[in-house]
Design a protein around this ligand. Sequence first.
Ligand SMILES: CC(C)(COP(=O)(O)OP(=O)(O)OC[C@H]1O[C@@H](n2cnc3c(N)ncnc32)[C@H](O)[C@@H]1OP(=O)(O)O)[C@@H](O)C(=O)NCCC(=O)NCCS
Length: 186
Amino acid sequence: MIKLLVRRWVSRLALLLSDWADQAREQRLKRAMHKCGPAVQLYWPVIVAGPEALDIGEGTSIAPFVHVWAGGRVIIGSHCMIGAHAAITSLTHDYLQPEMHRTMVAKPVVIEDEVWIGSHAVILPGVTIGRGAVVGAGSVVTHDVPPYGIVVGIPARVKATRPTAPEGRLSCNSGPPRVDTPLPSP
Ligand SMILES: CC(C)(COP(=O)(O)OP(=O)(O)OC[C@H]1O[C@@H](n2cnc3c(N)ncnc32)[C@H](O)[C@@H]1OP(=O)(O)O)[C@@H](O)C(=O)NCCC(=O)NCCS
């Protein structure tokens, strides 16, 4: 009985310590960034190379295992959602050079406000993703995405456009969030 209690207590303590370590890493990463808005959520582990060249706007959430190569400048707007395992890179190599491992080509990536990037998407250097756009899961974005565009595939192509209200706001953002399917009770 006592053994069981001790085991439970130790595993709870281990969980608390690992949460605390994750929070400490998150705070360190946020402090290292060029700009980090309020209420940004980073679900650990998030890997950022060159955080001093990364901006993230208010209320944006970044899921676990997202990898950002920010050295060539990455600007992520407000209220964006970046799905797990997405990769965003502003850096590449010059394969025309004989020693390409010595080269580094930097092209900024801009992800405007309210963009949703699906899991496992790859955003390549020099791309701008317009406000309110959706990038489908697993897509590889090689060119700019227009505002409110929905792009899917490799290379990512526009498959549809999201509806917007006349004043330019997203129509789905007017009013409280809608739940189409009842959530299972816990
Ligand atoms: C892009 C997305 C939002 C589109 O949703 P949807 O409008 O319901 O799409 P549908 O299922 O109706 O598919 C429409 C067409 O697009 C294709 N398609 C949809 N998502 C695709 C994707 N990620 N890659 C390639 N093709 C895709 C479908 O095959 C279908 O093609 P068809 O018309 O030739 O049959 C969704 O598929 C997606 O990728 N969501 C991301 C989910 C995710 O990553 N969640 C975790 C992080 S929050």
